[in-house]
Design a protein around this ligand. Structure first.
Ligand code: SF4
Length: 514
C-alpha cells in the first residue's frame, strides 16, 4: 500500500478551503501551515495569467526528513504516509533543512516539528483526509497508488503529471495535473513588493534575495506564506567553536607526532588540550541550546537513528572529548612517550573527524543546495587548522607578553607557518565556495547574495580583507618582535572565520524552498 495525492489544477479555484480544513482538523497555530495555496502571476498586463499551487508534504518515498531526524520523530508508516511523533521530537529543526519543499514548521505551543501527516488518524478509520473532503471542486484526490484500480492510480497512469523538484531525488508521492511548472519552482519566482491583499514586511535578507531573483524571474509571487531560516547564530557559533577545539588538538598532534617540538612542551602538551576541551564544552552547550526542546537532548544518544549525521556527530564529539580529557590526565600521571604518542595519534584522527563531520550533516540538508559544495569537508578541515593556529598563537603571545619575552622558538615558528598556510587555503576555498560554477538556480542565488547582495560588504571587508589578507600579511612578516601585534592579527582571523560561518549558514537558507 502506498498512499499519495493528486492535485488537479484544472479544477482548483484557489479558495483555501483545504488550508482552513487542515488547520481546523489539526489545530495548526496561526502563522503555520500544513497545506497552503500559493499564487503566482506570469506575463505583463494585459497578457497576464494567475496560477495556484497547492503545497504540502509530498510523503516522499525517499524522505530526507526521516533520514536526518536523529530520534525517529519522523517515520514512514507501512502505508507510505510520512508521519511524525511530537513526543519524540527534540526540536533540532534538521528536518526543516532536509525537506526540499518547506513542508515542516515548529509548533510554537509544543516546540516540536509538525507537517501534513495525510490525516493518518482519519485514514485508519477509512475516512479521507480533511482537505480532500472539504475541496468544493474535487481537485484533491487521495488514495492507494499501488492499487491500479484506484481513482488516483488511473489519473497518474493516464494524465500528464508533474512533481516538485524531481532533481532532489526524493520520489514525491504528490502529483500535479496541469500545474504551472514555474509555480512549483520557487527559484524561478520573484516577489515584487506586495501581495494581492496586503503589503508584507520582509526582512532584509529575504528582500535582497527577492531583488536578486527579480531580474531572472519568470513569474511574480502574489500570495505566499513566510519562509523560515531555522538555524541562526548558535549554529554558526557551533561551527566556529568546534573548529577551534578540533584545530587546537590537531595542531598539537601534528607538532608532537612529526617532531616539530621535542620533549614535553607547555603549549602543545598542556595548553592545547585545555583549549580543545573548553571550546568543545562551548560547542556542546551551543548544540543543546539551539534545540527547541533542550531537556530532551539525551535522546540523541539514547534512542539514536544512526543514519542521521546529528547522531554520528554527537558520538564523534563525545569520543573526542573523552580522548582530549584522557590525554590531559595521562600527562599528569605518566611520562610514557609511546603511550602519549598513541593517544595523541588516535585523538588527532578523531579531532579531524570532529572538524569535518558537519559537511556530511549539512549535505543531508537536502533542501539547502548551497551547502552541498564538494569542497565543504576539506574547507572545514582547513578552518580547524586556521582556528587552532590562531587560538594557540593568542595563548602563546599572551604568555610571552606576560613574561616580557619575545615570541620565538619552535612552537612559534610552527604556528606561524600553520597560520599563514591555512589562511591562504581558507581564502582560496572560501572564494571557491562563492564563485565555483554551479548549475543550480538556488545555489547561484545564494552565492550571489554573498558576492553582490546583502552579505557582500561583510564578506569582502570582514572575511576577505580583515579576517584574511591582513592577518596573512602579518603572519608572513612574522610577529617575533611584537607579541602585542600577534594578538589582534589572530583575533581578526578568528573573527573573520566566525563571520564567514554566519554568512555561509544564513545564505544557504536565504532562498525560499517553496
Ligand atoms: Fe514531506 Fe518534506 Fe519529508 Fe518529503 S522531505 S516526506 S515533503 S516533510
Amino acid at each position: 500500500m502506498k498512499y499519495g495525492f493528486v492535485i488537479d489544477h484544472r479544477k482548483c479555484i484557489g479558495c483555501h478551503a483545504c488550508t482552513i480544513a487542515c488547520k481546523s482538523e489539526h489545530q495548526v497555530p496561526v502563522g503555520s501551515f500544513r497545506t497552503w495555496v500559493k499564487y503566482i502571476e506570469e506575463g505583463s498586463y494585459p497578457d497576464t495569467r494567475r496560477h495556484f499551487a497547492v503545497l504540502r508534504c509530498n510523503h516522499c518515498e525517499n524522505a530526507p526528513c526521516v533520514t536526518i531526524c536523529p530520534v525517529r520523530a519522523l517515520f514512514k508508516r507501512d502505508n507510505g504516509i510520512v508521519d511524525f511523533d511530537g513526543d519524540r521530537c527534540i526540536g533540532c529543526k534538521a528536518c526543516m533543512q532536509a525537506c526540499p519543499y518547506d513542508a515542516l514548521y515548529i509548533n510554537p505551543n509544543t516546540n516540536t516539528a509538525e507537517k501534513c501527516n495525510y490525516c493518518a488518524h482519519r485514514v485508519e478509520n477509512l475516512i479521507e483526509p480533511a482537505c480532500v473532503i472539504v475541496c468544493p471542486v474535487q481537485a484533491i484526490i487521495s488514495g492507494d497508488l499501488d492499487d491500479p484500480s484506484s481513482h488516483i492510480s488511473r489519473l497518474v497512469a493516464t494524465e500528464s503529471t508533474l512533481v516538485r523538484k524531481p532533481e532532489a531525488r526524493t520520489n514525491p508521492k504528490l502529483y500535479y495535473i496541469e500545474a504551472s511548472d514555474t509555480a512549483l519552482r520557487p527559484a524561478e519566482q520573484s516577489h515584487a513588493g506586495g501581495y494581492i491583499w496586503s503589503e508584507i514586511q520582509m526582512d532584509a535578507i529575504a528582500r535582497d534575495a527577492q531583488a536578486l531573483a527579480a531580474s531572472e524571474a519568470k513569474a511574480r509571487t502574489t500570495y505566499d506564506v513566510s519562509h523560515d531560516r531555522p538555524w541562526g547564530w548558535k549554529v554558526s557559533a557551533y561551527l566556529w567553536t568546534k573548529s577551534i577545539s578540533a584545530g587546537a588538538f590537531l595542531l598539537a598532534a601534528i607538532a608532537i607526532l612529526f617532531g616539530y617540538v621535542r620533549g614535553q612542551n607547555w603549549l602543545f602538551n598542556s595548553a592545547a588540550p585545555q583549549v580543545a576541551l573548553v571550546f568543545l564544552g562551548l560547542t556542546l552547550f551551543l548544540l543543546i541550546a539551539d534545540l527547541k526542546r533542550p531537556e530532551r537532548f539525551l535522546r540523541i544518544l539514547l534512542w539514536p537513528q544512526w543514519k542521521s549525521w546529528l547522531v554520528v556527530g554527537g558520538y564523534i564529539l563525545l569520543a573526542y572529548g573523552a580522548i582530549a580529557g584522557g590525554w590531559l590526565l595521562l600527562q599528569w600521571f605518566t611520562t610514557d612517550a609511546d603511550l602519549d604518542a598513541a593517544v595523541v595519534g588516535v585523538g588527532g584522527v578523531v579531532a579531524a573527524a570532529a572538524a569535518v563531520y558537519s559537511a556530511f550533516l549539512f549535505r543531508q540538508a537536502r533542501g539547502r543546495v548551497f551547502w552541498h559544495s564538494p569542497i565543504v569537508a576539506f574547507h572545514l578541515f582547513v578552518q580547524a587548522l586556521l582556528a587552532g593556529a590562531a587560538a594557540l598563537m593568542v595563548v602563546l603571545a599572551v604568555d610571552s607578553a606576560l613574561e616580557g619575552n619575545l615570541l620565538f622558538g619552535s612552537s612559534y615558528v610552527f604556528l606561524q607557518y600553520e597560520l599563514a598556510g591555512s589562511l591562504v587555503a581558507h581564502l582560496i576555498l572560501m572564494t571557491g565556495e562563492v564563485f565555483m560554477p554551479e548549475e543550480s538556480a538556488e545555489r547561484k542565488r545564494a552565492a550571489r547574495l554573498i558576492s553582490h547582495g546583502i552579505f557582500a560588504w561583510r564578506f569582502w571587508l570582514g572575511c576577505v580583507v580583515i579576517g584574511g589578507l591582513i592577518p596573512l600579511a602579518m603572519a608572513i612578516r612574522g610577529f617575533e618582535q611584537m607579541p602585542a601585534v600577534a594578538i589582534p592579527a589572530c583575533v581578526a582571523a578568528l573573527a573573520g572565520l566566525l563571520l564567514w560561518e554566519h554568512i555561509w549558514v544564513q545564505a544557504g537558507q536565504a532562498v525560499p524552498l517553496s
